[in-house]
Design a protein around this ligand. Structure first.
Ligand code: IVH
Length: 675
């Protein structure tokens, strides 16, 4: 049954008042900003449609929360107000029309455009150029004295410098925790098992409202000003933009994104460009603010309830939304890591619909204190994978404990956890179907062996049909085995066989990457191959020499070292080389290849490998392979029924080796095995 408008209004007012206390007074929001905005809009609409229920006490008529007792109260001589919002170009046009009607003009306005910083509003009072008081916004009329804390913020000048500074001036702006600092702070806090902040705004608010300013001093906060409150005994220019520039000249920090434009059309362009820039800015912004630039017009327009008529915020799509946690699934990754994945009630956030989010590991579930049925906050900054940042406290819900499995959900093998590592892994390695499939997918991927047409689905199918077990098996596939597979057919089957054959000509770095050694990504694979030049040298490298390579620290060195000490890995490598995978020599200025400057000649027929394979292998070690024997030849490889070239070599006293000796040489360099 739907409630009467009166009841809806009463209930919404009560709920919003509670949310305000959580947000402003306790720094612990119970809902996301997006959800809060929707509730406020809904209430405002209901109040507009039912004016008989108007109340000065409604949260739509007020700013912020109440003041905590722990801080001394400060009265704002000029109230610190809020901003109205527009959410679209149409709503912005309506805003401009309202301005024109009110001023009874057809003229275009100059607008000062500013980023809407997502932090905490602060008022700074300077007397005689000295910072004397700093206060939070509080309920707009009364704030909290946070002078001691604010004095620890590095970019806030304690003394203004320059000319014409009014006797008393109030600067208003936002305290934020810059994004890079926020991430570093949270990572460190998490490592130490301390409380992490849900978002940069919470971090700024929590840090500023510390009773001990020594704590605030350790927090990386920054301030950006956006306006002026009170002025005594001083004169400023008649343009808001010029005033901000004056503040900058006195040494106050100003965002670099502030612009002035002479028409309303440019506001939308500014919005778009800031939306694109959003992720590259040093601080988080949740929209832009348009302000009529002429102070005379601002004064003429005045205020309405809790916000100026002459300014409005244009909000960006929310990066945080709330949704219910419906279930948790456990995935097995390529290296066996068991990752809990949150299954969510679908929610539109940061420009996409999210219905799953990684929970990373068991510790993360514990840190968040999650249970199935909880309402959680999903945060998705553009192009970043969605994260669950916190659970919202809700009472009277049926919650179900999340149970981490004790066996691999795919192969039922035992799970293991290495000391000091958060990750829990399936111990079965390539015996685990999930790991096997992903290892093959990774092997064939574009950045590795680049096998065209071998996507996730086909790999799944090939493994399910028992046609392949390892990456090596790919190279023994025949067209006839493929044609009858689901959605395959002759053309696709032939293409795949061709792609497999083509993939055999690769680079050392891609081959190394394809092996899927833990934590050896593209850049590390490249550095390793450029350093060691040959597979043989890399295979034999000890922990110390591995760490000489760029980006290779103790942990990665250990992974590489261990990988090459496991017989089944070496067997796979040998088998891959045997099917004909090869790569050209790597040129390096710092290191020489084992056969650099040597000239080889191949003669007679080889039995265990093709002549062009032998040629490519020798070349990958730096040798030049020539067609004729001369005094410059360093070595002749004589296969069966070698003829005149062998004779000539013997005459010139040039060393001659047979095919077995060639294979030994290649094997020593990690390239080819006998048999
Ligand atoms: S002007 C009377 N400019 O947004 C005008 N506010 O939603 C009031 N904010 O309390 C503020 N960036 O904490 C203004 N460039 C900006 C802003 C900004 C962030 C915050 C500020 C204010 C809230 C209103």
């Amino acid at each position: 049954m739907t409630q009467s408008p009166e009841n809806q209004i009463i209930n919404l007012r009560q709920a919003i008042n509670r949310y305000n206390t959580d947000y402003y007074t306790l720094d612990d929001p119970a809902i996301t900003d997006a959800e809060y905005d929707r509730k406020i809009r809904q209430l405002r609409q209901l109040e507009a449609d039912n004016p008989e229920f108007f109340s000065v006490d409604s949260p739509t008529q007020k700013v912020g929360g109440t003041v905590l007792n722990a801080f001394t109260k400060v009265k704002h001589e000029i109230p610190m107000l809020s901003l109205g919002n527009v959410y679209s170009a149409e709503e912005f046009d309506e805003f401009v029309t309202r301005l024109k009607n009110r001023l009874d003009t057809e003229d275009d306005f100059q607008f000062c455009m500013e980023p809407k910083l997502d932090g905490l509003a602060i008022s700074l009072i300077y007397e005689g150029g000295h910072l004397v008081t700093a206060a939070t916004r509080g309920d707009g009329a009364m704030g909290e004295d946070v002078t001691h804390n604010v004095k620890t913020i590095k970019n806030i000048p304690l003394i203004l410098k320059g000319e014409n500074i009014p006797e008393k001036i109030e600067i208003r702006g936002e305290v934020v925790m810059p994004l890079a600092d926020f991430n570093t702070y949270n990572k460190a806090a998490q490592k130490k098992g301390q409380k992490v902040f849900a978002n940069p705004r919470n971090a700024a608010a929590g840090s500023l409202r510390q009773l001990d300013s020594k704590i605030t001093a350790t927090r990386p906060l920054a301030f950006y000003c956006y306006g002026i409150g009170l002025i005594e005994n001083g004169k400023l220019t008649a343009s808001h933009y010029q005033r901000l520039m004056q503040l900058k000249a006195w040494g106050l920090p100003l965002s670099e994104e502030i612009e002035i434009h002479s028409s309303a059309q440019e506001c939308m362009l500014y919005y778009q460009s800031m939306l694109q820039k959003r992720d590259q800015l040093p601080y988080e912004i949740d929209g832009v603010v348009y302000k009529v630039d002429a102070i005379k017009l601002q004064d003429a327009l005045g205020f309405i309830s809790r916000a100026p008529r002459w300014a409005t915020a244009h909000k960006f799509p929310a990066q945080e939304e709330q949704a219910q946690l419906l279930n948790v699934e456990f995935q097995v990754g390529r290296t066996g890591a068991i990752t809990p994945v949150a299954i969510l009630e679908p929610v539109f956030v940061g420009g996409v619909t999210v219905s799953r989010a990684s929970l990373h590991n068991k510790d993360e579930i514990e840190r968040l204190g999650l249970k199935i049925g909880d309402t959680v906050v999903i945060r998705r900054a553009a192009d970043v994978i969605p994260q669950i940042t916190r659970r919202l406290a809700k009472k009277n819900q049926k919650l179900i404990q999340i149970v981490f499995p004790i066996r691999c959900p795919v192969c039922k093998s035992e799970l293991e956890q290495i000391e000091d590592e958060a990750t829990i892994r399936c111990s079965a390695g390539l015996f685990c179907g999930a790991q096997r499939k992903q290892a093959i997918q990774y092997f064939s991927s574009r950045k590795a062996m680049n096998i065209d047409g071998l996507g996730e689905k086909i790999v799944d199918l090939l493994v399910a049909e028992g046609l392949i077990n390892t990456a090596v098996d790919l190279y023994t596939l025949k067209t006839e085995q493929l044609v009858d597979l689901e959605r395959m057919g002759i053309k696709k089957a032939e293409n795949l066989i061709n792609a497999l054959s083509k993939s055999k000509q690769t680079t050392f770095a891609k081959f190394l990457l394809a092996l899927g050694i833990r934590e050896v990504g593209e850049a590390t694979a490249k550095s390793l191959t450029e350093h060691f030049l040959t597979l043989g040298r890399l295979k034999q490298a000890d922990l110390e020499s591995l760490q000489e390579v760029n980006d290779v620290g103790e942990v990665v060195a250990k992974h590489i070292h261990t990988f090459f000490r496991k017989t089944h890995n070496l067997d796979v490598i040998n088998a891959l080389l045997k099917v004909g995978i090869q790569w050209p020599a790597i040129e390096s200025k710092q290191h020489t290849l084992p056969l650099a400057t040597k000239t080889y000649v191949l003669t007679g027929s080889l039995v265990q490998m093709k002549r062009n394979e032998a040629k490519a292998a020798l070349e990958s070690l730096g040798a030049k392979v020539s067609g004729s024997v001369s005094a410059k030849t360093d070595c002749v490889v004589a296969g069966e029924s070698a003829g005149s070239k062998l004779g000539k070599a013997e005459k010139l006293g040039i060393p001659v080796i047979n095919e077995d000796e060639l294979l030994d040489l290649l094997e020593d360099e990690g390239l080819r095995v006998k048999g």
